[in-house]
Design a protein around this ligand. Sequence first.
Ligand code: NIG
Ligand code: FE
Length: 414
Amino acid sequence: MDLLIKNIKQLVTVRANGKPFKSGKEMRDLGIIENATILIQNGLFKWIGSSSEFDQPVEGHLDVIDATESVGLPGFVDSHTHLLFAGSREDEFAMRVEGKSYQEIAQSGGGILNTVRATRTATKKELKKLARRHLETMLTEGTTTVEIKSGYGLTEKDEIKMLEAISDLTDECLMDVVPTFLGAHAVPPEFKDHPDGYVNLICTRMLPYIAQRKLAVFCDAFCEQGYFSVAQCRTIFETAKKLGMEIKIHADQFTQTGASNLAAESGARSADHLEQIDDAGIAALKKSGTVATVLPGASFFLNSRYPDARKMIDADLSVAIATDFNPGSCMSYSMPMMMTIACTHMALTPEEAITAATLNGAAALGLSEKLGSIEIGKQADIVLYDVPGYRYLPYHFGTNHVAKVIKHGTYFDF
Ligand code: NIG
Ligand code: FE
């Protein structure tokens, strides 16, 4: 059915006018329309403009929403999550509060490998049930597109189990879901003494099978001391690209390894984390047109260094914000919360934070032609909030202001 949303108090379109993303100063331009009307047909935006100029014939079956009290934004695009997992790690959280670092906990057998143990034991059905609950809550909080990584299986069987679960969720849930293969998330215990053997397993067995079944769009790797080296990640990425997959990378999170340069060299769609990126890394990402995805919740939750997203935007990079939702380093999937942290700890303006959480998130997934802004022809993913104006969203943090979510033209009241 067609849908007319009329009298939207303030519409934040984030319009990109055909550009794949916004970078630098453009990120402040939200394309705001006061008192706006939108017509949605067949799940797409058909007409967008000022209510006084609305001139479309509206006979036939038409749902009408009067949004006089609401502010409209594009649905959030959370372009980096690890939301499929079993178990939880609140004991590690308590240890960190008492002074242990993420790396110390990982070295003593906790961290990623803790969740790997729980996820290997879980069935596909159990994993899906847990993930579905997260996805449902995310939608109620305004997220309409989400990327999900594997990476808690670390065997052929368990990585494929994870990717199959993600594929099922794609078919079953309302959100757009983008699958990423993150076999190189940690070296599994079985390969502790010969990590190159694991890299070889990824390249010769896992990637060819996953590519052939199209179980993942992206190949990601955790390029970090104690995890995978630049050389190992390069080998994995070269194989993945030959098989037609796109690249993402966990880069420069705890140490500056040159991972951002590898991202640029590999033509990665996005380089994520970037807490320790240097000027050369920033310049490399600018040159390759790689989206710089920052994860404010990870620094907040680990109480560690924030990426200098201010510097990145001032260097004209395209910056995206995502949650990194995972049981170890960010147990939150609230995109508004991430925007608040980006404003208070990274000196982003509310306007930049909104662009980073919508259009540039879509760009980090290669989906900005279809998603991420409110423009004619794009998929009708729009969220209405009962707030005085868009700046109120990052300002009044830690609570949900969503009134209605419209996903692909279908709307949900909350
Ligand atoms: O992006 N940095 C590596 N991976 C995750 C953490 C995963 C975990 O601790 O389970 C991240 O922060
Ligand atoms: Fe991550």
